[in-house]
Ligand binder design. Sequence first.
Ligand code: HEC
Length: 471
Amino acid sequence: MDAFTFYPPRDFGPLMKGLVIGGMGIFHVFLAQFAIGGGILMTYLEWLHGRDECDDARPFLDGFFRLLVLVSFVAGAVTGVGMWLTSIQVGPRTIGRMVQHFHWIWAIEWTFFAVEVAAGYTYYRYANRLGHKHRLRLLATYSVASWFSLFWINGILSWQLTPGRWVETGNVWAGFFNPGFWPSLLFRTVAAMAIAALVSMVVINAMDVSRERKLALIRTVGRLLVPMVTMPVLAVWYVATMPEDSRSWVMGGSVAMNLFFGIAAGASLLVAAYALLGIMYRRLYINGATALMLVALAFGATAGGEFVREGARKPFTIRKVLYSNSITPAEVSHMREHGSVVDDPYPLERSYPNPQLEVGAKVYRLQCSVCHTMDGVNGVTHLTGSWSRTQARLNLAQLQQTKPFMPPFAGPASELEALVQLLAWHQAGEPDTWPESRDPAVLREIDGYLEEAGTDPSTEAQRAVSLKEKQ
Ligand code: HEC
């Protein structure tokens, strides 16, 4: 087996690493989807203008909305780079694999993005000097390019959760057009159009034109909300492509995931219901406050959806290939025998009263810190606060059974005991001296627990899968 590579560790204090990525991801996705939907909406209005079917298309297109789209695609790009910067610190091996497998796809995505930026900025800068034909071409180029940058990145991101046949064949296209590809691409496209329509309604309300003209414009842009009727079907399709265990987290196995899924679905339903009512009773006027509230709901739906998508992958960042803590399933067995942190060259950020606690701190840093903090968000000190030492030894040894969204513990009994001691030391208020725990009977006991737990991911999830296969 190749030697395990240690990358420089990164700590965000009380903020969980996963949460830092997730939080930035939500803003990024919202901005980027708005930038895509905004392009589609502007293209549509310019096209209507060419056919003399929308009187106020031009004042709208030349107004504030154009600036918003510019700001969002610049901010989308900046947060996008920010995402890679953070995730390469938190999960360098995950990003490494992605670059390795999808190198050219990434290059293609980047070219489309470059076209998007060039077309978008040219439009922003020169639209008022150009005629209809050239404006329409620029906008269409911008929209197509931005949608295709979604197309390409969507394949890489959905591959993480549903790598499909790629796991066996290693074929790039099998990985790219994985089971989750189409439902997630279509879902995001519909979401992008809906977000743009809602934001445009806020802008229209602020325009200096009569109420009738605003109403006419709102009805026109409201058409971009109609595809939302396909969202339930797309969501069911997407959830159906998820691996069995991931689906069970979403459907109730994890309270947090279930809750966020509920928020995403509920918020989308509210927006869609309001929009449909508005279209059915054609007089319904969406004022600025309502439009803002709908935008907020759409943001909530995006946040919930992204949380679920990121969370459903646990305990993997790349399904079946790499655990969230950057350890591969094969390495778990290897580390059970040889230790996980013996070769970790990076110093610890603080000092500990004895070498055993230092080992514990390194084990925590390598295996747990991606999803936990010591005593902040999802803090392990609190989670284990009520456990006896024996309980802690048992529950950590069978980590994948304790909560099926955790990977198996990857180290020998001595490292596990070091971790247990570290937690106990924190719970005791970090005293200056702390005895080492080297009782062979304790280590034998832990060995027994580890043996029983095995090195496979959650047996609960696996049992569900094999039961299904037998039926
Ligand atoms: C893939 C992410 C992930 C990794 C890696 C991970 N955990 Fe967890 N862990 C979770 C989640 C999510 C929960 C559930 C928190 C909750 O229920 O509020 C959890 C729960 C726990 C709990 C509480 C269990 C219970 O039954 O209440 C403990 C203790 C714990 N983890 C310890 C650890 C330790 C120690 C490590 C490292 C050896 C670790 N975890 C690695 C995600 C992870």
